[in-house]
Design a protein around this ligand. Sequence first.
Ligand code: SAH
Length: 196
Amino acid sequence: TDIGSQKDRVVTEEEWLQKWEMGNIGFHKEQGHPLLRKYLDVLLNGRSGLRIFFPLCGKAVEMKWLADMGHSVVGVEVSEQALKEFFAEQSLPYCEEPVPEISGAKKLQSTSGNISLYCCSIYDLSSSIVGKFDGVWDRGALVAVNPCDRQRYASLMITLMEKNSSYLLVTVSYDPNKHKGPPFYVPESEIKSLFG
Ligand code: SAH
């Protein structure tokens, strides 16, 4: 498939922040994503008390859902507004602290301690800061990453995964010549070459 029309497209962090300010967040799903429900067993694989990562988390309601099941959730998001809306809408008290390793970054953590959301770019994270994860819910994340950054994103995600971790990835299938994205079209062949 010809993805030429999307490969040079860039959405800046500033543009993402503006989308949040304008309430232009059609990607947000109030009711949670049906595919997480459907494939939850694949993600958990019989395990309990997992550390689950939400890259480019927005205010995904599934973070509360998994935390309520006893897992520990870590997210990363450039928009502080998104993270504050998450805690407010889920009625969760939280506290804020700086992240010493990343200048300008903040960590917003639920008072109960099981949801930690980093307000910074995902590219600022490393396993020495956030540790490694048993599971990843990647919805609106790889497909939101600028096409030129996909390799860097996938390489980073691989370094954040424990040996037996599971990774649920949601992509969208459409003709990339008809929509400029995001979400971007990521062909199956590219997913294979990115993640092996
Ligand atoms: N996964 C969420 C949000 C998807 S939209 C959901 O399912 O609802 C993509 C999100 O990524 C936006 O909220 C945007 O602000 C955030 N984002 C974009 N670039 C980012 C980056 N480099 N690091 C962290 N967050 C980023």
